[in-house]
Design a protein around this ligand. Sequence first.
Ligand code: AMP
Length: 426
Amino acid sequence: MRVLVVGSGGREHALCWALAASPLLAKLWCAPGNAGTADLAENVPIGALDIAALVAFALGNQVDLVVPGPEAPLVAGLADALETAGIRCCGPSAAAARLEGSKTFTKELCDAAGIPTALWERFDDAAAARAFVAKRGAPVVVKADGLAAGKGVVVATSVAEAETAITDFMERGRVGDAGSALVIEECLVGEEVSLFALCDGTNALPLGAAQDHKRVGEGDTGPNTGGMGAYSPPPALTPALQRAAFDGIIRPALAELARRGTPFRGILFAGLMLTADGPKLIEFNVRLGDPETQCLLPRLQSDLLAALLAACDGELAAFDLRWRPGAAVAVVMAARGYPGEVAPPSEIRGLDRAASVPGAQLFHGATARRDGRLVSTGGRVLTVCGTGPDVRAACDAAYAAVDAIDWPDGFCRRDIGWHALGRGQG
Ligand code: AMP
C-alpha cells in the first residue's frame, strides 16, 4: 500500500509511526510533515489545504490511501476530490464533515436522531442573542457556528460575559465569518472525555478514548490551547458508559447521516460530558485529536493501516481492534510564550537520550532540521508519550523523557494525568 498522510503536527507523526509498523505498507509520504515524519516517510512540500495539489500528487504517485490529520481539508472537500479521482481517503466527505464545520448542523442532527446534547438555540442577530441570554441567565455557553480553530466557544459564568462573547463574535469579527451565526447552549456539568470511533459509513468500531488538558497552566488554569497533554484510557469512561455513548450517540449519528445519503467514513471524535443523566454530546469532530492521537496509537496493538482500509472499504463489521493493557500519557512541550506569541526558532537537543527511556515515545510537532540541527518552528513542538501498566507509571516514563530533553526555550505542564491520579487510579 502506498499511503499519504496529510498534516504536520504530533498527530500526523503518530499516524506515520503507526502506519510505518504495518506489514502492508510499501511507501509512505507526509504532506507537508515535520522533522519527525521525515524519519519515517518522505515529506512532500504541499500544504494540508492545497486540495488540487494533494490530489495531483496522489494520482501521479499511485497513492492507494490518503489519511488526513486535520479537519480543514475535509470540510473543504478533500475526500470528495479524492473519490472523484478514484483514490481512497480515510475521512468524510464535505457533506458529512459538516458535523465539525457547523454547530447548527450538528445540533439539528442531534435533534433529528434523538442524540442527548445540551439544549440550544441558534441566532443570526446579536440583539436577539442578547435578549435570550438576559432571559435565560448564566451559566450559558456561547458558540460561533463555524470553524474557529478552537477559539469559538465561551463558557460564560455571568450574563455580562455572555454579552461580551456575543459582541466579540457577531460585531467585532473575533473569529471572522465563523461568528456571523451563533449557537447558545445550556451549560452541561460533569467530567469531559473524548471518544473516538472508526466508521465505514454504517459500522463503528471503538478507536479508544482519552481525556485532554486544554489550558496552558497547571491545575487547568490560564488561556485555552490546542491541547497541552492527554491520557488514555480515561478512568471516568467505564465500559458501560462507553457502550451507552456508542449506542446513544455514535451509532444514531451514523444512521442519520446514512439515511440522508451522506454516510460518514473516517474517524468520528465525540466530545462527551458525563452528566448525572448519562453521556451527552458536546461536539463532534471529524478526525483524530492532537494530542489525543499521541496517547491512543501507542496503545493500539492491531495494524492501523488494515483498520483504515477496512473503514474505507465498508468492511468494519467483520473487523476488531486489539489494545495493549495499561495506560499512556502524552505531554506536550511548547515554545515559551505559547499560546501567545512564541519564542523564535531554537535548537532542541537530547532527543536520542529521551527516546531511550523505557516506555517513552517521542512525536514531533512544529520542528524542522536546519544545518543538521533540530529546531522548533512554532507553538506545540514535541509530544512526549509515556506508556506503562497504569497512569502513574506512564507519567513517570513521559516525564523522565521530558527531563532528558535539552531545550531551554520549551516548557510543559508537569501535571498531565492529574484527574486520573487524583482518583487513586494511577
Ligand atoms: P467545543 O469547541 O464545542 O468542544 O467547546 C470547547 C469546550 O467548551 C468544550 O471542550 C467544553 O469544555 C466546553 N463546552 C462546550 N459546550 C459546553 C456545554 N454545553 N456545557 C459545558 N461546557 C461546554
